[in-house]
Design a protein around this ligand. Sequence first.
Ligand SMILES: Cc1cc2nc3c(=O)[nH]c(=O)nc-3n(C[C@H](O)[C@H](O)[C@H](O)COP(=O)(O)OP(=O)(O)OC[C@H]3O[C@@H](n4cnc5c(N)ncnc54)[C@H](O)[C@@H]3O)c2cc1C
Length: 727
Amino acid sequence: MAYRLLQWGRQHRGKIFVGVGVGVGGLLLWQLNGRQLPLQTEGFIQAPAWTQNPLPGRDVQLKTLASTKEFDVLVIGGGATGCGVALDAVTRGLSTALVEKYDFSSGTSSRSTKLIHGGVRYLQKAIMGLDLEQYHLVKEALHERANLLQIAPHLSAPLPIMLPVYTWWQVPYYWAGIKAYDLVAGSKCVKPSFILSKSSALEKFPMLKKDKLKAAIVYYDGQHNDARMNIAIALTAARQGACISNHTEVLKLLKEKDVTTGIEQICGATIKDHNTGNVFDVRAKCVINATGPFTDGIRKLDDPKIANICQPSAGVHIILPGYYSPDAMGLLDPATSDGRVIFFLPWENLTIAGTTDSPTGVTHHPAPREKDIQFILKEIENYLSPEVHVRRGDVQAAWSGIRPLVTDPNSKNTQSISRNHVVEVSKSGLVTIAGGKWTTYRSMATDAVDAAVKHCGLSAKRPSGTDGLILDGGYHWTPNHYIKLAQDYGLETDIAKHLSRTYGDNAVKVARMAKVTGKRWPIIAERLVEDLPYIEAEVKYGIEEYACTAVDILARRTRLAFLNVHAAEEALPAILKIMQKELGWSEQRVEQERAEALEMIYVEMGTKAKEGAHTKGITLSAIDIQKYKQRFNIVDRDRKGFITRPDIQKLLQDMNEGLDEDALNDMLKEVDLNQNGKLELDEFLELMSNVKSGQVTRNRLATLLKLGEEQQQQKKNISVDRSGGGV
Ligand SMILES: Cc1cc2nc3c(=O)[nH]c(=O)nc-3n(C[C@H](O)[C@H](O)[C@H](O)COP(=O)(O)OP(=O)(O)OC[C@H]3O[C@@H](n4cnc5c(N)ncnc54)[C@H](O)[C@@H]3O)c2cc1C
C-alpha cells in the first residue's frame, strides 16, 4: 500500500507540487486580503421609529409595573443576561417587565474583564481534545462577538492582543492555534492575526521585557464598556416598551394552582421598591430568573429544597496608569507557570490587569483582597521591562466580580461545571437562565425566551429580533461623531470623545444639558474632576437613565469609581449637590448617600484592601478615613502611598518650621510600625484611629500633619497631581 502511494506520488509529483502551492498561496492571499468584520463607520443606517420614543420616567415605569393586570414575562435581574432577556421578549411583541434589586449592571456585568471574545483557550481545548461541543461553543461565541461589535459601535471596538512567545517551538504552536481562531470565526473574523518578530513586538509594546522573548503573535477580540453596554441594552428594551425598574427587589414568588393539572404554577412575584419602600405584587404568565450569581436564591424561593447549581468564583482586576500598556495593544498569557491567565489591556486610557479565580461566597458587595492585588502586580512584573517599576501605589482602583459558573441540573453528571449556559424550567414553571458569559448574553436570552414561550404557552407576535438590532445611541454614531459635537457645542476634545463613545448619538442630549462656562474656551461643560473627561451634565442625564443613587452615577453611569478611587471621592460632593437639587433630597438623605458611596469606594473598589491586610485595629468611619487620607495626601504629594523623611522635611519647609535630623527620625520611628523607613497610609490610619479612640494621647507627626492641613486650607492652593495615586 505504502509502495503504491509512493509510486503514485512520484508520477504526480508536479500536480502535488502545484496543488500544495495553490493551497498555500490561497491561504496567503486570504491573509493578504485580510477578511475582516465590516464595522459601522458610515452611520447612515436609517434609525427605526422606536429610537425616537422618549424614555418613560422611573415613576411612570413603577406605576405601569403596579397597575398592569398581567405581563407575559417578568424578568428578575438587570445584569447583561436579564436586560438581554427583556429586550428579546419585547422584540417578539411580548408584554415585558424587568426588576433589578440594585442598579442595572450592579452585579457581575459591570465587573468583567471587558473582553468580547470567543475564547482562545476554549478553542485550544476543543482542538486538543477533539471536542465538538466545545468547538460549537466557540463558534457561537464568535458569532456573538461580531454581533456585539456591530450593534453598539460607540461602546465597543476591536482590540489587538499580543501573546508573547518565549520558546521557539511555541511559535508555530500558538500561530496555528490563533489562525484556527480566525478560521473558525470565518466571515465574523474581527481582523486577521499576525506574527511579529521580537523587534517588531518591542516596537508595538515597548514596555515588554526583552529577555528570552522570541516573537509574538497578535490576534483580535473585542472590548467594551460593560456597564454602559448593559445600560444601553436596558434602555433599548425600555424604548421598545419594556417596563424596567432598578432598585426594585423580588421578595417572594406568587403561585396558584393550575385548574387542569392541579400543580402550583408561578404567576408573578411580590416586589419592593427600595426608593419608596412600597411592596406590591406583579403578575406574569412567565417569570424568568436571570440573577447570575444569585440564581439559587431565586430558585429556592420556588422550591426551598432544591439543590444549588451555582458555583461562584471570584475574579479580581486592578486599574493601573495608562503607561503600563500601549494605547492600542493588550497583552495576554493564556498559561502562566501556575496555569492561570494573566493579562493587561488598555481601557479608558488606563490599564486593566488581572485576573485571579478563587471560590467565593455570594454577595452583592464583593471586595478585592490585598493578596489578589499583590499576585497580579507580581505576575505582571514578569512581563515588563525592568525600567517599568511596578508600584503598589499605582493601583488606582481594584474590584472583584463573581463568575456565575453553573452545573447543569438537566445533565447526568450534576457535579461538573457546565461549559455553556443552562436553561432550566422548574415544575412550577420558573425559567432559570444561568452561566455563560457577557459575550453570549444575547444567545442566552434567546434560549431563555424560547423556553418561556414553549413552557408558559406565550403567544409571541414575531420571532426574536435581537440579532443585528442596533442598540440605543448606536444608529447615527460614527468614529468622527465627536468632532461635530466639539464644533457644535464648544466642548474640549477629550470630553467630546468621551461623551460620543459613552452615549453614542445621545451625546448631544448630554451636551445640551451642560452649563456654559463663561470662558472663551471651552464654551460649555464643567468637569466633575480636574483631569478626567466626566462632566456635571452627565449626573443630570444619568438621572434620566434611571440612576437613583450617588453610587449609580459613580460606578455605572460614569465609570469613575472603577477607574480611580481618588477621582471618585473628589467628584462625590459635586454629584451629591446635583442629585440633591434634581431629586429634592433632604440633608439626611445626602449624608446617607455620601456614607454609602464612600463605603463602596473604600470596600468594593479596593481602597481598604491594603489597610485591612495590615491593620486590623482601625475603627474609623468611612468619613473619617476620607478626612485623614486627605491629610496624608498633603504630605504624600506624588501619591506613592507612603510618606518618607524628605516628604516631612518638605512640609516643614513649607510651614517655615525647623526640626533637627534626630528628632525627625524619632518622629517617623514612633509611627513606622513595620520599621521600613516609610509611613504607609494604613499605618497613618491606624495611628489616627488610636489617637481618636484615646489610646494615643499625643503624637508629634499627627499634630504636624494637622497643622500642615490647616495652613494649606488657609492657602487653598492644592493642585492634585494624580499620577499613580493608588489605592
Ligand atoms: C472577573 C470576571 C471577568 C469576566 N470577564 C468576562 C469577559 O471579559 N468577557 C465575557 O464575555 N464575560 C466575562 N465574564 C463573565 C460575565 O461577566 C458574566 O457571565 C455576566 O456578567 C453575568 O451576567 P448576569 O446578568 O447573568 O449576572 P449579573 O450581572 O450578576 O446580574 C444579576 C443581577 O440580578 C440581580 N438580583 C439578584 N437578586 C435579585 C432579586 N431578588 N430581585 C431583583 N434582582 C436581583 C443582581 O442585583 C444583579 O444585578 C467575567 C466574569 C468575571 C467574574
